[in-house]
Design a protein around this ligand. Structure first.
Ligand code: ADP
Ligand code: ZN
Ligand code: ZN
Length: 724
C-alpha cells in the first residue's frame, strides 16, 4: 500500500492521508471515495506518496478510486491552488466547488459519455435464426451486423430494453465514443464593417493570441463591443482554439448568446445555474473534449476544463455578479486573469463602465487599453437632463416635465423606459395614525409590500408573511403603502396611459419560466410602449426603439457610507441611460432628483463615466482605498451581538502585531441584523499584498484555537466588493 494525500470538502485547512493500492492508476486530480469519521466523502488526490506521510499503520485505505484520468487537469489544479491560497479558503472546498454537482457526488464519468454499440465476437458468430423468437432482438442484431451504431441513432429505431437483452446475452458490447474536437472553419466568417476604433481593438486582440496579455475594452454603450468580441474570435476558431465568454447573468441577455450562435457555424454552449445537473456535466465534457468551440457562461464557467483555450472574454467586467458572495468568495475576473496567465492566452475585459480596479491597471499600462469612444453606427450618446424634484408637485412620483416628455415620445411611436431600483408595490406599509412601519422580525430592514401576491416580503432574508390588518403598535387599521416600487409604478402608469402597453422587468415579473423571454419579445416588437424595471434594465440590452429613459429615483443611493457606492451608482446610471437612443432616433435621459447639485450627478451628466471614473480613482488614491490598498474583511455573525464584537476585538488585538496593517473596526455592519443574526465587521487595509497575505495566514492559524470561533459564524472576504 502507498499513501495518497487527499483534499476533502470540509472547512478545515488541512489535507488528509489515506492508503491506496499501488497497482491502481491513481493520479493527482483524480477523485477518490474515502471514509471520514462516520461518513464517506468524495475528495481529490492532491499528492502521491507525500514525503511527510503518516505512519502507514495509522491510515485508512481509500474505498474507491473514481477516475482513471484526472477530472481536474494540472492547469486547473494550479489555478485552484492559487485561488485557495489567495482567498484563504480551504483547498478541499475550492477543488470540489470547481466540479459539476454530479462529479462532486462521485458519479462515474463514463455513465455520461456518449456510447456506441457493436456486436461481440459471439454476436457476430451467431446463426441467423438464433434470435428468431424475438423479432425485436433479431432486428437490432441485424442492424448491428451492418455496422456499429451510436446510442442516439440506435434508440431512434430500437428500444432500450431490447438493447439491454442483447447486452445481457453478451451478443453486444458497449463502447465509449471519444468525443472529437469541433471542426475548425476553413476561413474566418466576416461580420460588420468595423469602425476604426473597433478595428484597432480587434487587431490588438488577435496580435495577442498565443501569449498572456490583458486588454481592457472601454467602449461606451452601443459602441459595438460585441462586434469586437465576434471578430476577434473568428480567426481563433480557424486555429481550432476554444473561447470562453463570461457574462454576468446569461438569463437576462439571451441576445448575447444568440449573437454568438448566429455568427459562427461551430458548437456554442451555454453554462449557467439554471441548467440541470446533467446538462452541466454535458457542457463540462464538451469543453474538455474540445467538442464545444465557444462557451458563454456565468462566473463558474471559469473552472471548466478546456481542451485548448485560446481566449477569455469577460463582458461587463465591472458587474458585481462576477464576485461570489458566499462560501468561496472569489472574483471571477481576477481568477480569469490568473487562468489566462497559466494558459498563456489573452484575456479581454469589456465594459462601458469599467471597474476602478481595471481602469487603474489600464492607466498604469499593466493592461492594454482599447477605447471605443463613440457609438458604432454613429448615433449620439444619450443627452442627460436633471429634473429637480424640489418644490414640485409629483404625480405618482413623476414630475410634470417628466410626464410631458414621456407623452411626447410615446406620441412619436417610441418606447420609454422607466427605471426604479425597488421591486414590489411599496418599500413598506405605514400606519397613518402613529407612523409605525412594517419591519422584518429578523433583519434591520423594512418589509416590502407586494400587492399582487398579497404579502409582506423581506428582500434581505426572504421571509414573507400575510398583510397585517392592524398597526403593530397602536392597533389602527389605517395602513397605507409608503413610497413606490415597480409594481405600483406599473399600475399608476397604466392609469395615466390606458392605451399604452406596459412591460415590467424585475425579479418578480420574470420569475415564471419563459416570462423573461416573453417580456423581451414584447419589447422587441416595435411601437409605443412603456418599459418599467429595476437594475435588470441595466444589463446590456439592445432595444433600438427606446428614445427616452427616466431614472425615477436615485436619491437613496447618493448618500451611502460604502466607499464603492459612488462607483456603483455611476455604473448603474450610465448603463441604464445607455439603453436610450440606440436606434435611429436620438436618446434622452431624465434623471429625477432632490439633489440636482450633487457632485456625483453633475460629474456623470456633464463629463460622462470615463471622466467620473478617473476623478474617482484620484480620490481613492488620496484616501488610500482600493485599488491603492489591499482590503480584507472579517465579518462575524451571532445571535448575541457582543459575541461578534468580542471575537473581532480579539482578532483586532492580534492584528495589531502587524504594523503594516491598518484596522477599521470592529464596527457593526451597515445592516446590523440579518436573518436573525447580529453582524459585525473588521476591515483590514494594507499597502502590500504580500504583507496582507502573511498577516491573514497567521491570523487564521491563531483564531482556529479560540473557543469563541466555534460559537459564532465568521467569514473572511479578500478584496470584498460588498461591505453591507
Ligand atoms: P455594446 O455592447 O457596446 O453596447 P452592441 O455590441 O450591442 O454594443 O452594438 C450596438 C449596435 O451597434 C448593434 O446593433 C450592433 O449590431 C451595431 N454595430 C456594432 N458594430 C457596428 C459597426 N461596425 N457598424 C454598424 N453597426 C454596428
Ligand atoms: Zn399605528
Ligand atoms: Zn429579513
Amino acid at each position: 500500500m502507498t499513501v495518497v494525500r487527499v483534499a476533502l470538502p470540509v472547512p478545515l485547512r488541512q489535507h488528509f492521508d489515506y492508503l491506496i493500492d499501488p497497482a491502481l492508476p491513481a493520479q493527482v486530480g483524480c477523485r477518490v471515495r474515502v471514509p471520514f469519521g462516520s461518513r464517506q466523502l468524495v475528495g481529490i488526490i492532491w499528492q502521491l506518496a507525500p514525503a511527510d506521510g503518516f505512519a502507514v499503520d495509522k491510515l485508512k485505505p481509500v474505498l474507491a478510486l473514481l477516475d482513471s484520468r484526472p477530472v481536474l487537469p494540472e492547469l486547473l489544479c494550479r489555478l485552484l491552488s492559487f485561488a485557495a491560497d489567495y482567498y484563504h479558503h480551504p483547498l478541499g472546498e475550492v477543488l470540489i466547488s470547481a466540479l459539476p454537482a454530479l462529479l462532486r457526488e462521485g458519479r462515474n464519468l463514463d455513465d455520461y459519455q456518449p456510447k456506441a454499440y457493436a456486436l461481440t465476437t459471439q454476436g457476430q458468430q451467431l446463426s441467423a435464426d438464433a434470435l428468431k423468437r424475438s423479432a425485436k432482438q433479431h432486428a437490432l442484431w441485424q442492424a448491428l451486423h451492418k455496422h456499429p451504431l451510436s446510442e442516439s441513432v440506435l434508440l431512434q429505431q430500437h428500444r432500450r430494453p431490447t438493447l439491454k437483452q442483447l447486452l445481457d446475452k453478451q451478443l453486444v458490447a458497449e463502447h465509449i465514443v471519444p468525443a472529437t474536437p469541433f471542426a475548425a472553419p476553413p476561413k474566418p466568417v466576416t461580420g460588420l464593417k468595423l469602425t476604426s476604433a473597433q478595428a484597432l481593438a480587434v487587431s490588438a486582440v488577435t496580435q495577442a493570441f498565443g501569449r498572456f496579455e490583458r486588454l481592457l475594452l472601454e467602449g461606451v454603450t452601443g459602441s459595438g463591443k460585441t462586434e469586437v468580441y465576434l471578430q476577434s474570435i473568428a480567426s481563433l476558431l480557424c486555429q481550432q482554439q476554444q473561447v470562453l465568454v463570461i457574462v454576468p447573468e446569461i438569463g437576462l441577455t439571451p441576445q448575447t448568446l444568440a449573437r454568438f450562435q448566429a455568427r459562427f457555424d461551430v458548437p456554442v454552449l451555454c453554462w449557467h445555474s439554471a441548467l440541470s445537473d446533467s446538462e452541466r456535466l454535458h457542457c463540462w465534457l464538451q469543453a474538455s473534449s474540445g467538442a464545444a468551440a465557444i462557451i458563454v457562461g456565468t462566473r463558474s464557467a471559469l473552472f471548466l476544463p478546456f481542451w485548448r483555450l485560446g481566449l477569455i472574454i469577460i463582458d461587463e467586467e465591472h458587474d458585481q455578479s462576477l464576485k461570489q458572495q458566499d462560501g468561496f468568495r472569489y472574483h471571477a475576473r481576477d481568477l480569469a486573469i490568473k487562468r489566462a496567465a497559466l494558459q498563456h492566452c489573452p484575456i479581454l475585459l469589456g465594459s462601458a463602465t469599467p471597474s476602478l480596479e481595471s481602469l487603474h491597471n489600464a492607466l498604469n499600462k499593466r493592461f492594454i487599453h482599447l477605447p471605443l469612444p463613440d457609438r458604432a453606427a454613429g448615433q449620439a450618446l444619450p443627452r442627460f437632463e436633471l429634473v429637480n424634484l424640489k418644490q414640485q408637485v409629483l404625480q405618482y412620483g413623476l414630475a410634470s416635465q417628466t410626464l410631458a416628455t414621456v407623452k411626447q415620445q410615446l406620441a412619436l411611436g417610441h418606447q420609454v423606459m422607466l427605471f426604479l431600483n425597488r421591486r414590489g408595490f411599496a418599500p413598506a406599509l405605514s400606519c397613518q395614525e402613529c407612523g409605525w412601519l412594517t419591519e422584518c422580525q429578523r433583519c434591520s430592514a423594512f418589509t416590502t409590500y407586494h400587492k399582487q401576491s398579497r404579502q409582506l416580503v423581506c428582500h434581505h432574508c426572504g421571509a414573507s408573511k400575510a398583510i397585517p390588518r392592524q398597526c403593530g403598535s397602536c392597533g389602527s387599521t389605517q395602513l397605507k403603502p409608503l413610497g413606490q416600487g415597480t409594481e405600483q409604478l406599473e399600475e399608476n402608469l397604466q392609469q395615466l396611459f390606458p392605451d399604452i402597453a406596459i412591460t415590467r422587468l424585475d425579479r418578480d415579473s420574470t420569475r415564471r419560466k419563459g416570462a423573461l423571454h416573453q417580456a423581451l419579445d414584447e419589447i422587441h416588437q416595435h411601437g409605443a410602449r412603456l418599459i418599467v424595471g429595476t437594475q435588470m434594465l441595466a444589463k446590456g440590452h439592445h432595444f433600438p426603439n427606446v428614445s427616452l429613459v427616466v431614472i425615477v429615483d436615485v436619491d437613496g443611493a447618493l448618500y451611502s457610507s460604502d466607499f464603492r457606492a459612488p462607483e456603483q451608482l455611476a455604473q448603474l446610471i450610465t448603463q441604464v441611460a445607455g439603453r436610450a437612443g440606440r436606434g435611429s432616433s436620438g436618446g434622452t435621459v431624465l434623471l429625477q432628483t432632490h439633489y440636482p447639485e450633487h457632485a456625483l450627478l453633475q460629474d456623470i451628466i456633464q463629463n460622462g463615466y470615463a471622466a467620473f471614473a478617473r476623478s474617482a480613482l484620484h480620490e481613492r488614491a488620496q484616501t488610500c482605498l482600493p485599488p491603492y490598498q489591499q482590503l480584507a474583511l472579517f465579518s462575524a455573525q451571532a445571535h448575541q451581538s457582543q459575541h461578534c464584537q468580542q471575537w473581532l476585538q480579539q482578532l483586532a488585538e492580534c492584528a495589531r502585531q502587524f504594523p503594516a496593517l491598518q484596522l477599521l473596526g470592529p464596527i457593526p455592519a451597515p445592516m446590523e441584523r440579518r436573518a436573525g443574526y447580529y453582524r459585525w465587521q473588521l476591515q483590514l487595509y494594507c499597502t502590500s499584498r504580500g504583507a496582507m497575505h502573511q498577516a491573514l495566514t497567521l491570523l487564521l492559524a491563531e483564531l482556529a484555537s479560540w473557543p469563541l470561533s466555534r460559537k459564532i459564524k465568521w467569514q473572511l472576504d479578500v478584496d470584498p466588493t460588498d461591505l453591507s
